[in-house]
Design a protein around this ligand. Structure first.
Ligand code: XMP
Length: 516
């Protein structure tokens, strides 16, 4: 990879977003912790460096800092929020605690110098930026010109074009900063001189080449779940090494209706990709293990462990392989604390770690540089069907955690059928693309109803639909009443064992998106 911007992470909440926004300018960007030695950063030959936000105060003892030499590498540097204050603090400006916090959408005005700033080219004299700070730059460092200000931040933007140093007190990476994307594009393209050549078609072709070189004549084993990441991983490997790849798809009997067959149709012998596909139908095994288990955490644990066991058994049949492939993507890398600083520990893991009894020499993770939307683009460019590429998130434990209480084959059938109707009707109403995630779950409540002239005592299906930006918080979606009514009528009419349909209006927090 020739061109790259390096983001230095000081622990702020938007740091991954910075990398995404830069990549949207078709320039490759990756994040490193502020603890990364300067020599390592220099050896990566970045075209530009972005210092991101962070929770500290730059003048506090123990604050995350950077060395002054960072500003002498001859590489353009852009500091954002905390990063901007850091530039000023290290180079002799003054950063102090403000009297009040400036937060949210804030009017931004360019100064006279701002009108000529290469960073602010194309930004009108007055616009809106997104602020989130308590400390403020009281005085810019010597040599800096103030290029923009807000009511609470006299130095909202400053630069020393001679040294190619830039600072923005606000967050250009947040969509609420009207011209934020323009500023980032100005920085990476015009100031850093990057050529906007990062695109997913090239990435895929380059990766295929790299995989061929890395794998040689070796064999690769991949656990394919049918989710976006492992599917794209499979296709990329298949294009690179064909039948040297074996994919094991464990159908745990907790997938959505027809999903197992859909995955097989794409990757199996009848599909268009060259690879060895092994489907293991393990539903009975899972149901037996889950019999009379009601605790959600225990269910998750059993499902995860059983997956490892089934996978290991298959791997044993295949024998020693050279590589174990994983569909790890960039947010997983950053969130597990390997890349950046913001260690949001992922609470959901599909499998309980690496299988211990699989005989392999190395791990191969072809997607570890990519964000989810980039993974999708790679998938599409390599010919994966849209229904697979744009799949909603589906938890590893599957319907096991969408059935409250004990899991049985009968309950799986009920929730599969209800969910299929729900999805059909949402799509028919044209709401598919406008709802973040939606699915049917099965409560463990049974209640009395009347159907025909008969008393019933059946289950209640729960419909869930949420809108969310990052899946950390979510709001219940407002589905039109007539659509809900149609879904209710069909589910009760067509799915045996159900006599009530409930719509869950709980937001997250306090609820979670899944029921267990
Ligand atoms: P919650 O229920 O925590 O879900 O609000 C947030 C998002 O994560 C998905 N989810 C999981 N994904 N394995 C996964 O791969 C899991 O165990 C798991 N549990 C929840 C959920 O569907 C939602 O998108």
């Amino acid at each position: 990879m020739d061109e790259r911007i390096i983001g230095i992470d000081f622990g702020g909440q938007y740091n991954q977003l910075v990398a995404r926004r830069v990549r949207e300018c078709n320039v490759y960007c990756e994040i490193y912790s502020y603890r990364t030695p300067l020599s390592q950063i220099r050896d990566m030959h970045p075209n530009g460096i972005i210092l991101t936000g962070g929770p500290n105060s730059v003048y506090e003892e123990g604050a995350a800092l950077c060395e002054a030499e960072l500003f002498e590498l001859g590489v353009p540097v852009l500091g954002l929020c905390y990063g901007a204050q850091l530039v000023m603090q290290v180079l002799g400006g003054n950063v102090s605690r403000g009297t009040k916090r400036e937060y949210g959408r804030t009017p931004l005005s360019l100064t006279e110098a701002g009108a000529k700033s290469p960073l602010l080219a194309g930004v009108p004299e007055n616009s809106i930026c997104w602020m989130s700070h308590f400390d403020y730059i009281r005085e810019a460092a010597p040599g800096f010109l103030t290029t923009a200000s807000t009511e609470g931040a006299p130095v909202a933007a400053a630069e020393d074009p001679g040294r190619q140093l830039y600072a923005l007190q606000f967050h250009p990476e947040v969509v609420h900063t009207e011209f934020g994307q323009q500023m980032l594009a100005n920085f990476v393209r015009n100031i850093c001189g990057c050529s906007a050549s990062w695109n997913m078609e090239d990435f895929a072709q380059r990766k295929i080449q790299e995989i061929r070189e890395q794998v040689g004549t070796g064999r690769v084993l991949l656990a394919l779940s049918g989710g976006v990441d492992s599917s794209v991983c499979a296709v990329l490997l298949s294009k690179a090494i064909g039948k040297q790849l074996t994919c094991v798809f464990v159908d745990h009997g907790l997938l959505r209706k027809n999903e197992g067959d859909e995955v097989e149709a794409v990757f199996g012998d009848a599909g268009k990709f060259e690879l060895n596909f092994i489907r293991v139908n393990a539903a009975e095994r899972y149901y037996a293990k889950l019999s009379s288990v009601t605790d959600p955490e225990q269910k998750r644990k059993i499902i995860g462990e059983e997956f490892i066991r089934v996978f290991e058994e298959e791997a044993k049949k295949i024998g020693a392989v050279d590589f174990l492939a994983q569909g790890t993507i960039y947010p997983d890398v950053v969130e597990s604390g390997l890349g950046g600083e913001s260690a949001v520990i992922k609470s959901h893991h599909n499998v309980g770690g690496l299988p211990e009894h699989v005989d392999f020499k190395e791990i191969i993770e072809p997607l570890r540089e990519l964000f989810k939307d980039e993974v999708r683009k790679v998938g599409l460019s390599l010919g994966l069907p849209e229904h697979l590429v744009f799949r909603q998130p589906f938890p590893g434990p599957g319907l096991g955690i969408r059935i409250i209480g004990e899991v049985t084959a009968e309950k799986v059938r009920i929730v599969q059928d209800a969910d299929a109707i729900y999805r059909e009707e949402i799509a028919a109403a044209g709401l598919d693309a406008s709802i973040g995630q939606y699915f049917a779950a099965l409560s463990n409540m049974r209640s009395v109803g009347v159907m025909g002239d008969e008393r019933t005592y059946d289950y209640a299906v729960v419909l869930r639909a949420v809108n969310t930006v990052d899946f950390m918080t979510a709001e219940a979606a407002e589905i039109p009443y007539d659509v809900l009514t149609r879904i209710m009528t069909r589910i009760i009419g067509e799915v045996r064992g159900v006599n009530r349909v409930l719509y869950d209006i709980t937001s997250k927090p306090p609820g979670t998106i899944e029921m267990e």
